[in-house]
Design a protein around this ligand. Sequence first.
Ligand SMILES: Cc1ncc(C[n+]2csc(CCOP(=O)(O)OP(=O)(O)O)c2C)c(N)n1
Ligand SMILES: [Mg+2]
Length: 804
Amino acid sequence: MQDIARRDAADRARTLAMLAELERKVLWLSTYMIHHANHELDRGDGLKVGGHQASSASLATLMTALYFHVLRPEDRIAVKPHAGPVFHAIQYMLGNQDVARMKNFRGFGGVQSYPSRTKDYADVDFSTGSVGLGVAATGFSSLVQDYVHAKGWSGNWPKGRLVALMGDAEIDEGNIHEALLEYWKHGLRNCWWVVDYNRQSLDSVVSDKLFMKVAGLFENLGWEVVLIKYGKLLEAAFAQPGGETLRRWIDDCPNQVYSALVFEGPKGWRRQLEADLAGHPDTLEIIRSRDDAELARLMTNLGGHDMESVLEAFENAPSDRPVCFIAYTIKGFGLPLAGHKDNHAGLMNKTQMQEFRAAQGINQGEEWDKFAGLRLPSREVERFLSRVPFNAKGNRTLKADRIPVPELPPLDIKGKISTQTGFGRILDDIARRGGALADRIVTTSADVTVSTNLGAFVNRRGLFSMESREDVFKTRGLMSPQRWEMSPQGQHIELGIAEMNLFLLLASAGLSHAHFGERLIPIGTLYDPFISRGLDALNYACYQDARFMVVATPSGLTLAPEGGAHQSIATPLIGMAQDGLASFEPAFVDELNTIMEWSFDYMQRDGKVGSKPIWEREETGGSVYLRLSTRPIDQLPRAMTPELKGDIINGGYGLRRPEPSTNVAIVYMGALAPEAIEAAGLMAEDRRGAGVLAVTSADRLSAGWHGAQRAREQGLHHVTSHIETLLAELPRDAAIITMCDGHPEALSWIGGVMGHRVRALGVEHFGQSGSISELYAHYGLDVNSVLAAAEGLLGGRIRYRRLG
Ligand SMILES: Cc1ncc(C[n+]2csc(CCOP(=O)(O)OP(=O)(O)O)c2C)c(N)n1
Ligand SMILES: [Mg+2]
């Protein structure tokens, strides 16, 4: 027994010694990577590449412990944005990153400033950059992992931990708090948040003791909070006579003073401690018995920089609930920048770097050498690295087969119907017919499940919860059209109102294929104006290349009585400008059917960027945004042909073809179709025939136009975009009136395609309550406004008959 204990102790000591060496190496590489980018690369633009050195250094110990010892391949990690260099240095040591890219840190094609799933070469699990989002994504991914495993999928990829390595300032972001509440509701278990508690953010030192309030919040919401406060040196000193007084002194030391002393170094420590502890001879003895270097080492021996304390904390963490580790650290630890309140953007100068290099035992010219400066034999290091558990399965970005998408048969529609109602019926139909697509759909909503028409799907497929719960209303025999049963088989994840959480969950579910090897088809609904509330999380989801469908309804002035606070104006422009998101605004339900069928395929595409010069998204796929309406309108009696389908997907089609004599065309989008059609009918009374163009996606129309222009510039002169084809029949001197229930600029660009004059009708000012016709008249989107616009464009040469 004793032998085993002795052997274990020896193994442990060897592991600690190895990790300590790797930590030094990682700190060197990350620090030098940043230095090199600033001092060795001439970018020719006079730009410095900013800080990172201090921010990276404070996480070096924790990340070394995790990546080289604690983590397993199935664990998924979000790395604090400014610790990107540490991540890349670790990947380099593990053989997953090359020197050329590290040398080009923050350069074109080099290692990215902030870890990026799509732009970095090494295996990044979560992109980070906008603080707070990567952190919150981990909890949602843990829930998605539960979801996937609850369905019995993911058979050959075990459940892993979801880990966030986060800065302490990230807690200030509201989205973190919103996420914590949501996690509690869903019984989050498998998640570690490791807080780099350096008590510094970008501008300054963080207010004292605030974090302990935050710790209370975590505990309140079911998290285990583990403080990694003191290292083993300090613990030993506390055990000496007078040690408790030293502990109290440190505990009571304001963050500002502690940081300043760290920066000042040994002399500062000695002066301050001698003065403050003058009445405590035992404690003074602890101070005086140490030389300058030992004293500084002791006083900065915080838990987050003590490998043994760090390992103990990770190894003893409970596994039945989420854990928040609060690791006390020093920003810039081990560097001359340590502790200074202005160190976020601080950079070591050349002399400091020379001294640091020499202290690391690295010769000039060996800066990038994998083994230079290590005090253990290279073979031993190599052997250790080759057995690092995290690296055992190589690249960890998984792939999943595509889910086949069946043709969606047309709905049998009688009378008027809105696109929102159509959406609910199409999903209901999919759920009723069943099959792989129906089984892989997971719906979610920010507390507007029923009012966005997801109700029918949820009735058929149930709500997801790790524990089964009956619908109390149903069991008590109380009437409700909505069943609310929860079980691990359920396919709807109900969220509270916070739109940030909606987009974070869509991001996580939309990466299930890459993280867990199982493809999901996530569909999230919210009210269109509240996209803005979750916009950064939406952008983040797209930046990560997550795949989902966001259905935003109702939208625009058209939800008339709801008033201006709920009427979205800018969202068509958001849909166009957001990369990774193909946006559509159909008018008719047969269009919506076509768009959804196409979207389920598009969301699963993974072609290479740039293999087709027209529009690279065609190949790579992406996410989809549907801007829908609650306005019931008459449907067009028509059969869906392959040509029409193609046009709808490409962004639009001619509803009424122009004639050679046509002098006006109306280009409309979405629920304004009835006004466009009626206005065109009135205009036709002058016998010239107004053209009508239905736009289903301003986004894809304009992307196709830009793409075709680029293609022609590359010599592909035969390429024509869809909008160019659609406008080709319209005489050049005809005028165009565009109609959008949103900002007019979403369609006004169409005039630039062939040089037609344009009057862009739309909404430029906040809406208000009223009936649809009142609001359209007031904001200039009714039939008479279209006629007036045409007369204006034609210089008063023609007078149309107005509606009474
Ligand atoms: C949403 C957002 N706002 C602002 C920034 C700019 N910014 C980058 S890092 C940082 C402070 C980070 O402090 P902390 O999280 O404590 O990390 P540390 O550098 O101390 O390790 C700020 C404000 C950002 N990246 N994202
Ligand atoms: Mg900080």
